[in-house]
Design a protein around this ligand. Structure first.
Ligand SMILES: NC(=O)c1ccc[n+]([C@@H]2O[C@H](COP(=O)([O-])OP(=O)(O)OC[C@H]3O[C@@H](n4cnc5c(N)ncnc54)[C@H](O)[C@@H]3O)[C@@H](O)[C@H]2O)c1
Length: 425
């Protein structure tokens, strides 16, 4: 059977997904943001992700991927995949469902019997049934007899999205056998295995588990970094030894200057709110939040401790993680504000970020005259910097604070830098 697919929401998830599915299937990419569609039609980049521009131009060139700002075009598909944002509404202590509900409305208004609707946006447990199935039934469609539904969580990591889409297993919770088999046919185009779970709720819970566990493990790892600073131990050396051939420590991660990105700053809190409604109070989320949300302040205090009156600071990396341009909840922006409030001049640099004004792509430009170089993002380019050149451009007695452990300490010290790492003073 030749399947046509519609992707609703062309962001960090929907866009690579559309490009990769178009390797074998006809794909229509729809987004409510008409300016985004215009750029995509003109072949202009709308977000930075390694390999994405090439994948998009190949898909568009093949004639199998087209874009539309017109909701009616979603009807020209057998499988409709929803990948819109599901932000957390801090005041309501719940998901802001506005994007999801509008996507569901568009799908329900442009559907035919036999279609399958797959939800890939991250949602609280029960959402596929309580919002998608409910809306379809309200329109007169029997589920699963007329229209099938699937929840399949998206688990890729920004900066390596293309690789993840091609290799990660696809977890599928379907309303029925037919929907499972149709959706699996679509998902298998990307390459990853299919793991079937009994129902959409189980698949929804898998995604929440991913981000709950990650947030908690980050809390533990960041606290380990703080402990290592007190103990005079190098946290990275210690973690390497603790994890080697010891699966029980597999969950431990690399400490960092704070938790950025949209997912970890919403999903643990969405899960907490969701469980509170079911009468279960989650404890670990709050403890991890306390540690993780303190990390930007901790890094700011490191700058104060080692160069109290620094007037010129260069920040290497604005994006919240390596090889992406995503600055949502980026710790570097918080630290930038704290340092500026102290009267310091801060120069931001990032090879990918275009959206933050004053950011230069050229790290050598940013470090000119700086007393402190604060490494905030694990972009590969920062591990490959010409430190000799950096030293020649910075002020006298330059200080590097490396929150990612990507600068070689020996080399930096040999060149005459003062060096301090997060968890490795
Ligand atoms: N970014 C990630 O790394 C990642 C990873 C796994 C899961 N997720 C989840 O995937 C979902 C999407 O995340 P994202 O980072 O791609 O979001 P995003 O903000 O980058 O993209 C969402 C897109 O949906 C569009 N949109 C909003 N309402 C729409 C509507 N009614 N119809 C059509 N388009 C609409 C927006 O214009 C935007 O382009 C979220 O639920 C997120 O939690 C994200």
């Amino acid at each position: 059977m030749f399947l046509k697919v519609a992707i609703i929401g062309l962001g960090y998830v929907g866009l690579p997904l559309a490009a990769l599915l178009a390797e074998r299937l006809d794909v229509i990419g729809f987004d409510i943001d008409a300016s985004r569609i215009k750029k995509l039609e003109a072949g202009e980049p709308v977000l930075s992700e390694p390999g994405l521009d090439e994948a998009l131009s190949k898909a568009v060139g093949s004639g199998r991927l087209r874009f539309s700002p017109n909701p009616a075009d979603v009807s020209d598909s057998d499988v409709k995949i929803i990948t819109v944002g599901t932000p957390y509404d801090e005041r309501a202590k719940d998901v802001d469902y506005s994007f999801l509900d509008s996507a569901i409305e568009i799908v329900c208004g442009n559907i035919k019997k036999g279609d399958v609707v797959a939800l890939k946006s991250t949602v609280p447990v029960g959402t596929t049934s309580e919002r998608l199935v409910k809306a379809l039934r309200a329109k007169g469609y029997a589920v699963p007899e007329d229209v099938g539904v699937v929840f399949s969580p998206e688990r890729m990591v920004e900066g390596q999205a293309i690789r993840d889409f091609k290799t990660l297993p696809n977890i599928v919770g379907a309303s029925d056998e037919r929907s499972f088999s149709i959706y699996s046919e679509v998902a298998s185009v990307m390459g990853g295995r299919i793991i079937r779970v009994s129902n959409p709720e189980t698949a929804e819970m898998v995604k929440m588990t991913d981000n709950y566990a990650r947030f908690a493990f980050l809390g533990i790892t960041n606290e380990l970094a703080l402990m290592c600073e007190k103990a005079g131990v190098d946290v990275l050396e210690m973690l390497k030894a603790a994890k080697e051939d010891y699966a029980r420590n597999a969950g431990l991660m690399i400490p960092g200057p704070g938790v950025g990105g949209s997912c970890l700053n919403k999903d643990p809190f969405i899960l907490k709110a969701n469980m509170a409604k079911k009468g279960l109070e989650l404890k670990i989320v709050d403890a991890a939040k306390e540690v993780n949300y303190h990390m930007p302040t901790h890094v700011y205090l490191m700058v104060k401790e080692f160069r109290n009156n620094a007037k010129e600071v260069a920040i290497a990396g604005v994006a919240f993680k390596g090889e992406t341009d995503d600055t949502r909840f980026a710790p570097s922006l918080k630290i930038n504000e704290m340092l500026k409030a102290d009267g310091a001049t801060v120069r931001l640099s990032d090879p990918y970020v275009r959206s933050v004004s004053g950011t230069t792509r050229d790290i050598y430009e940013a470090v000119k005259g700086a007393e402190v170089l604060l490494i905030m993002t694990d972009h590969k380019a920062y591990g490959e910097m010409d430190l000799k050149r950096v030293k020649s451009l910075m002020a006298q007695n330059p200080l590097i604070i490396d929150t990612r452990g990507i600068i070689k300490r020996d080399e930096a010290e040999r060149l005459g830098f003062e060096y301090h790492g997060l968890g490795r003073l």
